[in-house]
Design a protein around this ligand. Structure first.
Ligand SMILES: *[C@@H]1O[C@H](CO)[C@@H](O)[C@H](O)[C@H]1NC(C)=O
Ligand SMILES: *[C@@H]1O[C@H](CO)[C@@H](O)[C@H](O)[C@H]1NC(C)=O
Length: 262
């Protein structure tokens, strides 16, 4: 599909523009390598300050007193389901999810920047960060991996800073330890085994023609050094209403923002 072919360069461009704007420092006078390499290696793609970043409007409970935003990521992966039978009398049961967590702090920094630039009479435009889950939804998982490895190769910075999965006991788990040596925020305590605390339907997105977004969530700590997690601006991941025509086990691709407070 033309749309799919278009999204890769768009995302690459978004990331580059975003980071160039977020941190406008090019090293001057380098005589080594090409201008392009120099450009890419001097962009900050990860570890941008999160001070200016605030949560969107939602009906979930707010983060607990005294917590601050530690990681802002985009999760990309699958929601997993099982079906007891392939008829319309059974409904898919969620069995967990697996996702790769990408640092998007530098996109947030750009959003904070542009928000400051627009004058108050403008209608608020949707931020790049909030659009990204829908843009990435149509990029096949393998292509997203490929794009990430390209970016890592060009910039020397690994955008992949964490993983999300479910433990054998069905507990959602998020881990930032040891994945990216560039990730200066990660410590030995940068993980959380969590439990669902609050939930709301993903808001409708008129104009995109996309449906089936998994719910927005707030999760709180069962164990680990991170206290609270929000899953927001979800795109995809929801199961069909019934198991009609579905196999015993299946996955649905999804993308969403994950916000981590500690
Ligand atoms: C389920 O399938 C049966 C047989 O195909 C059909 O009669 C019925 O209306 C369906 N029910 C729903 C809720 O789709
Ligand atoms: C979800 O499905 C994928 C693909 O089959 C698998 O790799 C992953 O381990 C599954 N995760 C969970 C939590 O079941």
């Amino acid at each position: 599909m033309a749309w799919t072919a278009l999204t890769l360069p768009i995302v690459a461009l978004c990331l580059c523009i975003a980071t160039a704007n977020a941190r406008n420092h090019f090293s001057s006078g380098s005589i080594y390598g090409s201008i392009l390499t120099n450009f890419f290696t001097n962009l900050d793609l990860i570890n941008c300050p999160l001070g200016e970043t605030s949560l969107p409007q939602f009906t979930l409970s707010e983060p607990s007193e005294g917590l601050s935003l530690q990681f802002l990521t985009l999760g990309r992966g699958t929601q997993n389901y099982t079906c007891a039978s392939n008829t319309n009398t059974s409904t898919p049961e969620a069995t967990g999810a697996t996702a790769t967590l990408f640092d998007v702090s530098c996109l947030a920094a750009l959003d904070a920047d542009t928000a400051g630039d627009t004058d108050s009479s403008d209608t608020p435009s949707q931020s790049l960060l909030d659009l990204l889950p829908d843009v990435l939804r149509s990029v096949p998982l393998g292509s997203a991996d490929f794009l990430t490895s390209l970016i890592t190769r060009f910039t020397g910075q690994n955008l992949v800073i964490g993983t999300h999965y479910f433990t054998k006991d069905g507990v959602p788990f998020f881990d930032f330890r040891g994945l990216s040596s560039d990730n200066s925020r990660s410590t030995a305590d940068s993980w959380i085994a969590a439990a669902k605390d609050d939930e709301m339907d993903a808001p409708a997105k008129p104009g995109y023609g996309l449906t089936g977004d998994v719910a927005w969530l707030k999760l709180t700590r069962v164990e680990g050094g991170i206290s609270e997690v929000y899953r927001l601006h979800t795109s995809g991941g929801a199961a069909p209403a019934t198991c009609e025509g579905m196999p015993e086990e299946f996955t649905v691709d999804y993308t969403s923002q994950y916000w981590f407070y500690g």
